[in-house]
Design a protein around this ligand. Structure first.
Ligand SMILES: Nc1ncnc2c1ncn2[C@@H]1O[C@H](COP(=O)(O)OP(=O)(O)OP(=O)(O)O)[C@@H](O)[C@H]1O
Ligand SMILES: [Mg+2]
Length: 247
């Protein structure tokens, strides 16, 4: 399925609140993305990035426009069907990591598998493998609040990948990670998330991870303003940095 349309979004609109308090967060967003690729959304704070990926993840309803995610319009499903669709097909890494405080790190990672009724033993085994991949072997039994911010973020990343989602949406997945850890975790996200029947949409301010993406989508004030090939964007950034810091 590589190259086939995974996301078809056109004229997506979203307003929060009503009357004087209304905030037009998305003003007609068009976005196409294919299976196998990673798309990075960038833009100033408040421009609508989290709103857009929440709609793409089927977590938030749009007010207008057309959306197909692997052929499905999540807003056309009833609540129950949408929840089941999300559990099966979507993975998320939220800006706040949203870990469940009362249960262990290992169980947190296994949640997507346990929710869909997979065998507990094999679910925990798969969760342990991913925890090892994000460098958290030995912390399986810890409670989330005993971990640092960066460690919690890596738990959230492991949890988002555990069920092999068709669509992975990540909101600033490396915000709490040092450079080397960020690179390692992004290699895992790329390997697990960008298979021929999967794709990743990621929001980031972190220029050090742009090179993992295939395309960079620039947003401003509720709209997509530019879509750039990631290689060209990275080359332009390096050229600009070289001009600023000549040896
Ligand atoms: N639940 C909400 N109720 C009302 N307004 C909201 C809500 N969520 C977001 N907004 C507003 O919608 C606009 C877009 O917000 P959004 O969170 O999508 O921005 P963002 O690009 O993700 O910003 P950041 O980079 O700071 O995370 C902002 O003006 C924000 O204040
Ligand atoms: Mg945001």
């Amino acid at each position: 399925m590589t190259g086939s349309a995974a996301i078809h979004a056109s004229a997506i609109a979203k307003t929060y609140g009503t009357g004087d308090a209304a905030v037009q967060a998305l003003r007609g967003v068009d976005l196409q993305a294919n299976f196998g690729e990673m798309v990075a959304l960038v833009g100033p704070s408040g421009c609508g990035k989290t709103t857009l990926i929440s709609i793409l993840a089927g977590l938030l309803s749009r007010d207008g426009g057309e959306l197909r995610l692997a052929g499905t319009d999540p807003d056309a499903l009833d609540n129950n069907a949408r929840t089941l669709w999300r559990r099966e097909h979507v993975g998320f890494i939220f800006q706040q990591f949203n870990l469940v405080p009362q249960i262990s790190v290992l169980e947190n990672v296994a949640i997507p598998l346990l929710l869909r009724g997979d065998h507990r033993g094999t679910s925990l085994e798969r969760a342990a493998q991913l925890l090892e991949r994000v460098g958290l072997k030995g912390r399986e039994a810890s409670q989330p609040h005993k971990l640092s911010g960066g460690q919690q973020q890596r738990v959230a990343i492991a949890r988002s990948l555990v069920h092999g989602p068709s669509i992975l949406v990540c909101d600033e997945p490396t915000s709490a990670l040092d450079g080397a850890t960020g690179q390692r975790v992004m290699e895992l996200v790329r390997e697990q998330g960008c298979r021929p029947d999967r794709l990743v949409v990621l929001v980031t301010h972190d220029e050090r991870i742009f090179h993992f993406a295939d395309r960079i989508v620039h947003m401003d004030d509720g709209r997509v303003t530019r879509v750039v090939d990631a290689k060209s964007e990275v080359a332009a950034l390096r050229a600009a940095q070289a001009m600023e810091n000549p040896r």
